[in-house]
Design a binder for this molecule. Structure first.
Ligand SMILES: NC(=O)c1ccc[n+]([C@@H]2O[C@H](COP(=O)([O-])OP(=O)(O)OC[C@H]3O[C@@H](n4cnc5c(N)ncnc54)[C@H](O)[C@@H]3O)[C@@H](O)[C@H]2O)c1
Length: 322
């Protein structure tokens, strides 16, 4: 299959590209390298350094004529979306609409969208949260992602453009940058490797921190493989369904580093603490029963295994081999 991945030089997109290339697909990457890097680029994919918000995108889709588009390019910072909702909407809403228009014009068969479970559901009254829970988006980033979902469903109804929407939980793994939607693993790992005590944000009386559903990026890539194949349109939560507090996560990262011989004295068993920030969500975990039943999605990497691979990558990068 010929598959175009936007954001394919970024954290998640590059793993999605790797999985498609390994599965024998012809892969095209579109990325403006605003947060992605050439170091993440798969050498067996064709690469266009193009911004999804610009008219140059037209020629790429027209000439390449992919069967499927996996749209991962986005403005991913929640705080930036609060400070500058216009920029967020320019990239996330208008960029997605441009791609949808070009998909319709140039015969793309299916559009797969990287949405967000954590941000869209907000502080949900039901956890793990299922797909039919009424979203409570609490940031312009979440609103823009939810708007895109509506446009995508409209294009299926109106123009017969097949779609799969994947609502990711908190994704972690090699190549993650610390300032994205869910960069806490990257923040903790980088701080510890620099010999600094990281800071844990928490609500008053909840010293363990917030609860999140951490999903390893290779499981996310596997979900994209399943989404490329399915003929059923749909919206699916992609995560593990399991909750981990920030402090538990921190302990797991500490242990993974110590197992690799990094000297982190007992002083590191406690970290700096700060108040939760405005808009922080206490608990966010996703019910993935629909993805299991309809896509056959099963996360294969327990947190400990995923963190071991992640920590190994940060260590290699520190030594200049990443
Ligand atoms: N990281 C998470 O936990 C998480 C959770 C839910 C959803 N998502 C979604 O997954 C997708 C990938 O996120 P990520 O964490 O890998 O972020 P990332 O910043 O590593 O990847 C985004 C990529 O898109 C590129 N890009 C940004 N704007 C672009 C534009 N206008 N034109 C072309 N390319 C552009 C960047 O250069 C980068 O390579 C995003 O859509 C994000 O909203 C991420």
């Amino acid at each position: 299959m010929k598959i175009l991945v936007t954001g394919g030089c970024g954290f998640i997109g590059s793993h999605v590209v790797d999985a498609f290339v390994d599965a024998g697909h012809e892969v095209i990457i579109v990325d403006n390298l605003s947060s992605g890097t050439l170091a993440n680029k798969n050498e067996r994919a064709r690469f266009y350094q193009v911004d999804v918000c610009t008219p140059e995108l037209d020629a790429v889709i027209r000439d390449e004529r992919p069967e499927v588009i996996h749209h991962h390019a986005a403005q991913i910072s929640v705080p930036l979306s609060v400070r500058d909702p216009l920029t967020d909407a320019e990239v996330n809403i208008k960029g997605t609409l441009r791609l949808l228009e070009l998909s319709r014009a140039h015969g793309v068969k299916r559009f797969v969208f990287a949405s967000t479970g954590g941000a869209i559901y907000g502080e949900a009254g039901l956890v793990p949260t299922p797909e039919d829970y009424v979203p409570q988006p609490s940031s312009p980033y979440a609103i823009s992602k939810l708007s895109c979902e509506h446009y995508i469903r409209f294009y299926e109804k109106q123009h017969n453009l097949g779609h799969v929407i994947l609502r990711y939980s908190n994704v972690y793994g090699p190549r993650q940058i610390p300032h994205g939607e869910a960069g806490v693993v990257a923040i903790f790992a980088e701080a510890l490797l620099d010999g600094k005590l990281p800071t844990l944000n928490h609500f008053p009386g909840e010293p363990e921190g917030m609860v999140r559903d951490y999903c390893f990026v290779k499981d996310i890539a596997a979900a994209n493989l399943l989404a490329a194949k399915t003929s059923k349109p749909g919206t699916y939560n992609i995560g593990t369904g399991k909750g981990t507090t920030t402090y538990q996560l921190y302990r797991e990262i500490l242990q993974a580093l110590r197992l690799r011989g990094i000297d982190l004295p007992p002083l590191f068993d406690q970290l700096e603490r700060a108040q939760a920030r405005a808009g922080d969500i206490r608990v966010s975990t996703l019910n993935t029963a629909r993805a299991q039943a309809e896509l056959g999605f099963r996360p294969a990497f327990p947190l400990r295994d995923g963190l071991a691979q992640t920590v190994a990558w940060y260590l290699a990068r520190q030594k200049g081999q990443g």
